[in-house]
Design a protein around this ligand. Structure first.
Ligand SMILES: O=C[C@H](O)[C@H](O)[C@H](O)COP(=O)(O)O
Length: 219
């Protein structure tokens, strides 16, 4: 099976976590797009969605799924999203698509974060994938210096502006032995809006598409 088939299989499996009659949180990226396609098949069973990016909002609305502002809902039973890397502890690197900040906000609100990936995303230690960091544009140079002090090699994602009007620095070479501490350290750097390290709030469940079927981690 190809990677796209594995993504689709994980996305279909995530439908079991959608709560009938409620709003579902929807992530960003190619695997989340597979989930949106699957969700369209049961759209009459849900109250609507919240979206982690403008791209996701457009795709949901194109299927006729009502998209709510996160500020207008009290709680969110489940959030379904992909990841760039995930460990057995369900720590993740996210933000390959640049949507990390809104993703982190929705992850903080939801009762259950279900991560959907193909098996290529599985790692023992995070860090092969460059860590995306959303930065206020005027703080770019200062934040880059701080990231170099932490041992990283930040590169500007050229020509990319986030949905929040900020830039992304992709940080290569970080040794992420302790993701929780690193996430905290990054959160203390002035000018960083959010890092793509999801360790303090890991996924609750990971549905991983493999050649042997969809494997469930956690939950
Ligand atoms: O900003 C994008 C998100 O964090 C994505 O969930 C992540 O990059 C994985 O994307 P994909 O499913 O396309 O590999």
């Amino acid at each position: 099976m190809g990677q796209d088939d594995l993504k689709r299989a994980a996305a279909r499996a995530a439908l079991d976590y959608v709560v009938a009659g409620r709003i579902v949180g929807v992530g960003t990226g190619s695997t989340a797009r597979c989930f949106i396609d699957a969700l369209a098949g049961i759209k009459d069973k849900i109250a609507g969605a919240v979206a982690s990016s403008e791209d996701t909002r457009r795709r949901l609305e194109a299927y006729g799924i009502k998209v709510y502002d996160l500020n207008d809902i009290d709680d969110l039973p489940v959030y379904i999203d992909g990841a760039d890397e995930i460990t057995p502890q369900l720590h993740m690197i996210k933000g390959g698509g640049g949507a990390l900040t809104r993703e982190k906000i929705i992850a903080a609100v939801t009762a259950k974060f279900v991560c959907i990936v193909d098996s290529s995303k599985s790692v023992d230690t995070l860090g092969r994938f460059p860590l995306p960091i959303e930065v206020i544009p005027m703080a770019r140079a200062q934040v880059a210096r701080e990231l170099m002090r932490l041992g990283g090699r930040p590169t500007l994602r050229e020509g990319f502006v986030t949905d929040n009007g900020n830039i992304i620095l992709d940080v290569h070479g970080l040794h992420i032995a302790d993701p929780v501490s690193l996430e905290t350290a990054l959160d203390h750097i002035v000018g960083i809006v959010a890092s793509g390290l999801f360790a303090r709030r890991p996924a609750d469940v990971c549905l991983m598409g493999t050649d042997k079927g969809v494997v469930t981690l956690g939950g």
